[in-house]
Design a binder for this molecule. Structure first.
Ligand code: GDD
Ligand code: MN
Length: 372
């Protein structure tokens, strides 16, 4: 079977929604050669196992299980990349997106006058269902910000429901940031040439079962995506985050130094050591939650990571003071000398920790020697 349409569905703990969704796809896409790819980030409820068990008897169903990674956008990108169908759709697993739209989207793309069709909540006939007014205004505000970024007018750039031509996806894919939740916005902002966009209205339904994965970090992720799309070509975004976290650490450092040295009357060396250690631990925790959210360390790897991080930062701090002192004694003004030391220290800490603490994709595989 050569699929004409691949529907990509990112999942995290959606086991109970899989069968109902597949049934709805069958009903909505009768007469179309379609397939569905579930991209699961190793959900604790074993969504991936469940999908594979269905896939064994249904050739329309495929599963990509990603281990050690998280992220809605990057999951969608992986699913989209796995398809050779001419048309690609993305939709959520929780039945909030109206699958009836898929056939109309496909019909529009087949006419070859449109490259991307968006399921839109913010055009006439669409809606958000029963959201409270706070959620509505937050969504509207975020939508405006996103619209400001794009050169084309899109009513619902935050939609997670759309269909696109395969070649248009590939044109954009190399520029995509893959961060956070807003895959559609990322995609449109990453196309080298303007693409032809249509929007079809739908009403966002309540979640079928399970719970939403969007937490308080969503706003931060969104801000990062916007930053990445505007200044990202200039400075790596992770580095900006790392420096931001470092500045928070520096404030904590000064506070603790003050407490130990002035209030608890410890000697300067002890106070400075205690302050450095606390700042490093705070930096480690914040970087693990924010800067490297997508590669977050957990369990035993968290302890190991912390130790390596402290070692790296200690070398960074030593280099920092050495460089600053060198320039200071060569009659460079104190604050420039200080900044130069800090700059070299930050680049070192960032570069080395990205390799040795939060490295990408190099997971140790356990050798299983027992016969199974
Ligand atoms: N693979 C993977 N990894 N899937 C994820 C992850 C992840 O880290 N986080 C969430 N998902 C999956 C969920 O299982 C679900 O199928 C889909 O992505 C959407 O997640 P929800 O948690 O249901 O998000 P929501 O309903 O609050 O928000 C949705 O609607 C918004 C408005 O259209 C998302 O589609 C948003 O992107 C969209 O802006
Ligand atoms: Mn949802």
């Amino acid at each position: 079977m050569n699929a004409e349409l691949t529907v990509v569905v990112p999942t995290f703990n959606e086991r109970t929604n899989i069968r109902p969704l597949i049934a709805k796809l069958y009903a909505a896409l009768a007469g179309v050669e379609w397939e569905v790819v579930f991209v699961d980030d190793d959900s604790p409820d074993d969504t991936a196992d469940h999908v594979r068990s269905i896939a064994r008897s249904d050739p329309r169903v495929r599963c990509i299980q990603r281990v050690g990674r998280r992220g809605l956008s990057s999951a969608c990108i992986e699913g989209l990349s796995s398809s050779s169908a001419p048309y690609l759709a993305v939709m959520d697993a929780d039945l909030q997106h109206d699958e009836i739209l898929l056939k109309d989207m496909l019909a529009l793309l087949r006419q070859e006058k449109t490259d991307l069709v968006i399921g839109s909540r913010y055009i006439s006939g669409g809606g958000v269902g029963n959201w409270d007014s706070t959620r509505q205004s937050i969504s509207r505000f975020a939508t405006r910000l996103g619209q400001g970024l794009l050169k084309v007018r899109v009513a619902d750039p935050m939609s997670g429901f759309f269909m696109i031509r395969n070649d248009c996806f590939w044109n954009a894919s190399r520029n995509m940031s893959g961060r956070g939740f807003k895959i559609l916005l990322d995609l449109i902002a990453s196309t080298p040439q303007p693409i032809r966009i249509a929007e079809l209205p739908y009403v966002f339904r309540p979640r079928h079962s399970g719970e939403s994965k969007l937490d308080s970090m969503v706003a931060l992720e969104y801000a990062l995506l916007l930053l990445d799309k505007t200044v990202g070509w200039l400075v790596p975004l992770r580095f900006l985050m790392f420096v931001l976290v470092g500045s928070i650490g520096a404030i904590l450092h000064l506070a603790i130094l003050g407490v130990f040295f002035r209030i608890a009357a410890q000697d300067f060396w002890t106070s400075q050591m205690a302050a450095s250690l606390c700042a490093m631990i705070l930096n480690f925790v914040l970087n693990n939650f924010m800067t490297y959210r997508d590669r977050r360390l957990r369990g035993n790897r968290l302890i190991g990571g912390l130790l390596v991080f402290v070692a790296i930062c200690s070398i960074g701090a030593f280099t920092n003071t050495q460089i600053a002192e060198y320039f200071f004694t060569h009659s460079v003004p104190w604050w420039i000398a200080g900044l130069m030391g800090a700059a070299v220290g930050s680049v070192w800490n960032y570069g080395v920790s990205s390799q040795f603490v939060w490295h990408r994709g190099r997971r140790k595989t356990k050798l299983n020697l027992r016969p199974s």
